[in-house]
Design a protein around this ligand. Structure first.
Ligand code: ATP
Length: 354
C-alpha cells in the first residue's frame, strides 16, 4: 500500500520470547496504521504489550524477543521501508533519522560521565552530520523545550532535575529531524504539573517540527489532552481504536469502558484508581476465545470459544467485541460523559525549572 497519509503500517505483528515454560506471545497479530502528523495514544494495563508494540516500530524489541509480521514505514519522499527487514547498519541510521524513541528513564538515556554537549555532538558525528549546523539545531531545540541551551549543554545529567532531563532528551531525540517520535511513558517519573507541561510541550513541538507522535501510557487522562486517536491494548493485542472523542463518549469494548469507569477523576493515572477485577492474561497460556472474557460482565459462550476480530463501530472506530453495540448499556460508566473529558491544560512553561 502506498497511502501517503499513512506513516507506519503494522500488519500481523507478533512478538515472541522463548521461555522455559513455552513460547511467550507478548504481541499477538496486531494490525495498526499510524497517520502522518497524528498523535496516537496507546493505553493499557501494565504488561499488556504496549512497549513491545512500540519498540517494533523501530525493530528495537529487546533480545531475545523476536518480531515477525510487517512494519512498513512510509517516508514523506522515497520508497517505503520494511523495518523488520533492515540490516543493523540500516537500522542505526533509521532509528534516529526517521523514527526516534524516548523512554521513561531519561536518567539512563544520558551517559552520566560526559556532558550533555558531548552526547549531542556524538549523535551528530555518528550520523555523519555537520557539527556546527547540528549544534545550532541543538540550541534551537533546547530553546523550544524551554531550556537554557548553554547551561544544559555544559551540564552532566545528574545536575539536571527529572523534568529538565526529560525535556533535554526530547530535544536530543529531535536532533536528526525524525518524522516520527515514539514516547514510551515519557512522563511516568514526573510530578503531575511537569507531566502536563511536557504534554503541552509535545503538542507545540508536533506543530513546529511536523511530527507524528505515538505516545504510550497508563494514564488515560493525560492521553485525552494530547491524542487525536487512542488505541487500547489488552492481552497483547488491540481491543479498541478510535478518535479520542469516540473513545471517551462511545467506548464500545467492555474493557475500555472498565478503564473509563476506573478513572472517575481524570487527573489521576489509571493504575492508581480501582483496578479492574480478575487476573491478568498470561502470554504463555492463551485462553480460547476473547482474552477479556474471564473478566467481562457480558461474555457468553461465543466469547469463550471464538476470538472476536476488530469490527467497525462507525467511521474511524473499531472494537474487538461481538457485542460492541450492547456494551454501552451493558457496561455503564459511573461518570457522566460531560465529566469525562480532561480539563485544565497547563502551559509548557509551567514548572519549567523543576
Ligand atoms: N525480556 C523479556 N522476556 C520475556 N518476556 C518479557 C520480557 N520483557 C517483557 N516481557 C513480557 O512482555 C509482556 C509485554 O511487556 P511490555 O513491556 O510490552 O508491556 P507494557 O504494556 O509496556 O507494560 P508497562 O506498562 O508495565 O511498561 C509482559 O507480559 C512482560 O512480562
Amino acid at each position: 500500500m502506498s497511502n501517503t497519509d499513512t506513516i507506519v503500517e503494522v500488519s500481523n505483528l507478533d512478538v515472541t520470547f522463548q521461555m522455559d515454560r513455552g513460547q511467550s506471545h507478548v504481541v499477538r497479530d496486531v494490525n495498526l496504521d499510524v497517520a502522518r502528523n497524528e498523535t496516537l495514544g496507546i493505553i493499557g494495563e501494565s504488561g499488556s504489550g504496549k512497549s513491545m508494540l512500540a519498540s517494533s516500530f523501530l525493530n528495537a524489541v529487546i533480545d531475545p524477543g523476536v518480531s515477525t509480521g510487517k512494519v512498513m514505514y512510509h517516508p514523506e519522499d522515497g520508497a517505503p521501508v520494511s523495518v523488520l527487514e533492515l540490516s543493523d547498519s540500516e537500522l542505526d541510521r533509521f532509528r534516529w533519522e526517521e523514527v526516534a524513541m524516548v523512554f521513561q528513564g531519561a536518567m539512563s538515556s544520558f551517559n552520566p560521565v560526559t556532558k550533555i554537549r558531548t552526547q549531542f555532538r556524538e549523535t551528530l558525528q555518528d550520523h555523519g552530520r555537520d557539527i556546527p549546523a547540528g549544534m545550532d539545531r541543538a540550541h534551537e531545540l533546547l530553546e523550544s523545550v524551554y531550556l537554557d541551551p548553554d547551561r544544559i549543554l555544559d551540564s552532566y545529567a545528574h545536575e539536571l532535575s527529572g523534568g529538565m532531563k526529560q525535556r533535554a532528551l526530547i530535544a536530543l531525540s529531535l536532533l536528526l529531524e525524525p518524522d516520527l517520535l515514539v514516547l514510551d511513558e515519557p512522563t511516568a517519573a514526573l510530578d503531575l504539573l511537569m507531566q502536563r507541561s511536557i504534554v503541552t510541550l509535545l503538542d507545540e513541538l508536533q506543530t513546529e517540527y511536523d511530527l507524528t507522535l505515538v505516545f504510550i501510557t497508563h494514564d488515560l487522562p493525560l492521553l485525552t489532552t494530547l491524542a487525536d486517536r487512542i488505541a487500547v491494548m489488552y492481552a497483547f493485542n488491540l481491543t479498541e481504536i478510535g478518535t479520542t472523542d469516540e473513545l471517551l463518549y462511545n467506548a464500545s469494548h467492555p474493557y475500555t469502558r472498565a478503564l473509563l469507569d476506573a478513572t472517575p477523576d481524570l487527573n489521576v493515572p489509571v493504575d492508581e484508581m480501582s483496578i479492574i477485577k480478575g487476573s491478568k492474561p498470561d502470554p504463555v497460556d492463551r485462553i480460547s476465545g476473547c482474552s477479556y472474557s474471564p473478566r467481562c460482565p457480558i461474555a457468553d459462550d461465543r466469547c469463550r470459544s471464538e476470538e472476536p476480530p476488530m469490527m467497525t463501530v462507525r467511521d474511524a472506530h473499531e472494537s474487538a467485541c461481538f457485542y460492541y453495540d450492547d456494551a454501552p448499556d451493558a457496561v455503564p460508566i459511573s461518570a457522566a460523559p460531560d465529566e469525562r473529558p480532561s480539563s485544565g491544560r497547563t502551559t509548557a512553561t509551567e514548572g519549567r525549572d523543576n
